[in-house]
Design a protein around this ligand. Structure first.
Ligand SMILES: Nc1ncnc2c1ncn2[C@@H]1O[C@H](COP(=O)(O)OP(=O)(O)OP(=O)(O)O)[C@@H](O)[C@H]1O
Ligand SMILES: [Mg+2]
Length: 393
């Protein structure tokens, strides 16, 4: 922590009190350095008298910068970190011209990395109520801002996804009602078929959203049992076979590790495989192949879904596990809402596993689920699971 040297502030200490004052000061310094906030204090003559270590961390100063540093030079460096350096000048100006003012706002810095900080500026009074300086604090709120943004995006995505099928349903039903006298039977049937498809789409979307919220809030219970993974794969393949055949896709199974046993939730793991397989079938053109492989590795059981389909571009690849993300391939319109992979990922993570993907555009994709042979105890159910257990015991 940096303080303006005592002689500069004009303070003097008699020799008897020096030790205890030094101790007090060390304690205060330690406390100020231990806080999460970057703190700067200005005295009544508008000089900086205190900068804690967190300022250095947030604005990227090293220990070397701080040793023997002069305040002005440090302030100039801080100023240059602001996305809008004039905002920093404004802070100082406000401090100087409105000594009693309290201001709170968000500011952005760009070095050493882009961050959003909540700045608070306020007066400091002594015990008699005399203004003795002003304090500026900066708290890193980057993560909070990101989460808020994600929530807003999520709500707007959901609304959009709900509105599209609803608009279609309303349009076709209105046409059927309004043109009842003139509409021929074929057209009416056709329209009703669309209404049914869109209704299915709506309920699929709502089911997925409910699943996701149950998983994320920890409300989805895990029913653990010993699962033979090869057996599980065969079952899932059976349930999706017709869909593959209809599209002219060959389904294959490659069991390199027969009879491996894994303790987990059978339905949830089946859902993971189903989501991956339905993607593989959806994104593989007729005549292609989709294979599921079961392998035993040193620490994991690996389930891979391998397809010879359209692949995923390098731009899309980092995003496909995001909710609602779907690649926008020109001219190709695919069913779906972009919740299949995030759901699969959540379910695998609940089993202590990971999903990896390798893909190249035009050359097919491989999604590999890696389930750990040894797993920590299952996560407590819900946020308060552990607390509740503690209470009971
Ligand atoms: N096997 C695959 N081959 C090519 N692209 C894939 C494959 N699997 C996923 N993707 C890409 O990732 C995106 C997200 O997949 P995800 O399963 O989350 O959503 P979806 O299949 O579009 O919709 P939903 O699963 O909700 O019906 C897909 O839209 C697609 O662009
Ligand atoms: Mg999908």
């Amino acid at each position: 922590m940096l303080r303006l040297p005592l002689d500069k502030t004009g303070a003097s200490l008699d020799s008897r009190g020096e030790d205890s004052v030094a101790l007090e000061r060390d304690r205060l310094d330690a406390a100020l350095n231990a806080t999460d906030e970057a703190i700067l204090m200005i005295d009544e003559e508008y000089r900086f008298v205190l900068i804690n270590d967190r300022v250095g961390e947030l604005f990227g100063f090293t220990l070397k910068d701080l040793q023997g540093a002069d305040f002005e030079a440090l302030l100039e460096r801080m100023r240059n970190c602001f996305a809008d350096p004039q905002a920093f000048d404004r802070h100082l100006w406000e401090t100087e011209h409105n000594p009693h003012l309290v201001v709170e706002e968000e500011v952005e810095i760009v070095c050493p990395e882009r961050r959003v900080l909540r700045r608070r500026l306020g007066p400091v009074y002594d015990q008699k109520g005399t203004l003795i300086g002003r304090i500026i604090t900066y708290r890193d709120v980057t993560r909070e801002v990101e989460i808020n943004q994600m929530k807003t995006e999520f709500v707007s995505n959901v609304s959009h996804e709900l509105r599209t099928p609803l608009a279609a349903i309303k349009g076709f039903v209105s046409a059927i009602i309004e043109d009842a006298d003139t509409m021929d039977e074929d057209t009416r049937r056709n329209f009703l078929g669309i209404v049914r498809e869109e209704t299915d789409r709506l309920s699929r979307l709502i089911d997925d959203l409910l699943d996701l919220s149950r998983i994320e809030s920890g409300r989805l219970q895990m029913q653990e049992e010993v699962i033979d993974l090869a057996d599980l794969v065969e079952d899932v393949i059976l349930s999706i076979k017709a869909q593959a055949e209809e599209k002219g896709i060959t389904l294959g199974v490659d069991i390199q590790a027969p009879h491996v046993r894994f303790v987990g939730d059978r339905d949830q793991l089946a859902q993971v495989l189903l989501n991956l397989l339905s993607n593989a079938i959806k994104f593989t053109p007729a005549g292609g192949k989709v294979r599921v492989r079961v392998e035993e590795k040193k620490d994991t059981f690996d389930l891979s879904v391998i397809d010879t389909g359209v692949g995923i571009s390098a731009q899309d690849l980092p995003h496909i596990f995001e909710k609602f993300y779907r690649s926008r391939r020109a001219g190709v319109k695919m069913e779906g809402t972009g919740l299949g992979l995030p759901i699969a990922q959540e379910l695998v993570e609940r089993h202590g596993g990971t999903i990896e993907v390798e893909s190249e555009e035009g050359k097919g994709s491989t999604f590999r689920v890696r389930l750990p042979k040894r797993r920590r105890r299952p996560q407590p159910q819900g946020k308060w699971g552990e607390f509740a257990l503690g209470q009971a015991g």
